[in-house]
Design a protein. Structure first.
Length: 230
């Protein structure tokens, strides 16, 4: 077994123990796995607040890069978009969105022209190795804010700028660091705004989980920002 597999095994065990024994959590019907130090949650909770608490606690485990979930809330399965999915979505349940038809694509759309989904209609959005291909990715990030529900989450994965993968692909137009995520969350005078649930990187990839902020909600405080960013 490789070191990476052993790390995933350890993280999954630590996460499962937290869910079983942490007094702050009720007895929840959840299953957690770790893949590449990203925690994957499935199961059921009664409320969005319960799920938010679980995500926050799991995200504090050392070594976790992101927390992804396909958890049913109050019996309702989440609506999950996979933008720029190409031939593969992150889960079979995800709605694949791309400008070219593949077996994984359910909705054809040019992502540079907006998202063909109603306001506040989506629970999770994956942008996996997508934003670095756009000269200006902020309009798409704003569109994600529009279509996400108030407790929704945008998942970002992009190559870290110091890894060869960032420059090896000639279709990459932008470079990413965790500080780029900070810039998304602290755009001067920006509306819509984002709150960082998690942000991290490994040797190759930048990860971020962001949730939309309402217009009247306070900005992330200095303590929260210092947790993830320089």
């Amino acid at each position: 077994m490789s070191r990476a597999e052993l790390v995933d095994q350890d993280l999954a065990r630590a996460a499962a123990e937290l869910l079983r024994h942490d007094a702050r959590l009720p007895d929840l019907d959840l299953c957690v796995r770790s893949r590449g130090r990203v925690l994957h949650l499935t199961g059921h909770v009664d409320s969005a607040d319960q799920l938010a608490s679980v995500r926050e606690l799991l995200g504090r485990l050392a070594g976790v890069l992101a927390v992804w979930d396909w958890v049913r809330v109050g019996g309702r399965p989440p609506v999950v978009l996979d933008l720029g999915c190409g031939a593969t979505t992150q889960s079979p349940e995800n709605i694949g969105v791309d400008q070219r038809r593949t077996d994984a694509v359910s909705v054809l759309a040019d992502l540079r022209g907006g998202l063909p989904f109603a306001d506040a209609s989506v629970d999770r959005i994956f942008t996996v190795h997508l934003l670095e291909h756009l000269m200006d990715f902020l309009p798409l990030v704003d569109e994600c804010h529009r279509v996400l529900r108030p407790d929704g989450i945008l998942h970002i994965l992009s190559p870290w700028w110091q890894h060869v993968n960032a420059v090896a692909d000639p279709t990459h137009l932008r470079l990413f660091d965790v500080q780029t995520v900070k810039g998304i969350c602290q755009r001067a005078g920006a509306d819509p705004r984002w709150y960082p649930l998690h942000a991290a990187r490994d040797e190759a990839t930048v990860f971020a989980d962001l949730t939309p902020l309402a217009p009247t909600a306070p900005a992330p405080g200095a303590t929260r920002m210092a947790r993830f960013f320089d």
